[in-house]
Design a protein around this ligand. Sequence first.
Ligand SMILES: C[S@@+](CC[C@H](N)C(=O)[O-])C[C@H]1O[C@@H](n2cnc3c(N)ncnc32)[C@H](O)[C@@H]1O
Length: 210
Amino acid sequence: MHDDVKQLVAAGYDAIADEFAEWQRGIRGSQRLERLDDLLRRLPLQPDVLELGSGAGVRSTRILAERGRLTGVDISGEQVRRARERVPEARFIHADFMEVDFAEATFDAVVSFYVLNNLPRDEVSPLLDRVRRWLRPEGWFLASFPTTDNPGWRGEWLGVEMFFSGYDVPTTVGLVRESGLEVVEDAVETMIEPDYGEGRWLWVLARKPD
Ligand SMILES: C[S@@+](CC[C@H](N)C(=O)[O-])C[C@H]1O[C@@H](n2cnc3c(N)ncnc32)[C@H](O)[C@@H]1O
């Protein structure tokens, strides 16, 4: 499903790997590392973690790989190539995370940092169902979601054509609850992105019931 959009997203991140990395270094106000630190304190020693849209192997990915067994999935071949080079101890799968599958109860945590605005929003619920199935009982889900009601937008971003989509905050939080995960925390962060100004993200920390 959504093959054209998926190809566009993959080709975009392949093409702008350097520009994106540079742009990302200029972001201010991201709560990523604090949220990750909070998650790590909840996890067992050497956890099995799945990262959705794992990107090029930035610091949060390296921290997860040092702490336990990390599996990353990314649709961009160039992002996966960079991640494998930077984080050789982790396993990276080049795929759409809506197309891969794992056995039930494989992971202690599933995380996703600044990715889910690239996902067509009708795939949010199916993704949450997959996440719940892949998590062990009492496993954790930590992800940032877009915050605006956007059925789907294509346009120029960092010099390539990109796709963004998402729901407003109450809708996303409702979908997480409906998926059977228990929402432990939801909060909106405002970060400052180079050239684009304020960017708002919804952080959700949720747990699979026992
Ligand atoms: C904004 S980047 C963030 C990368 C990384 N999480 C980080 O924080 O640096 C979004 C990433 O998600 C990947 N991505 C987007 N949609 C995806 C999908 N359906 N399946 C797998 N990866 C996806 C892109 O290729 C890109 O590497």
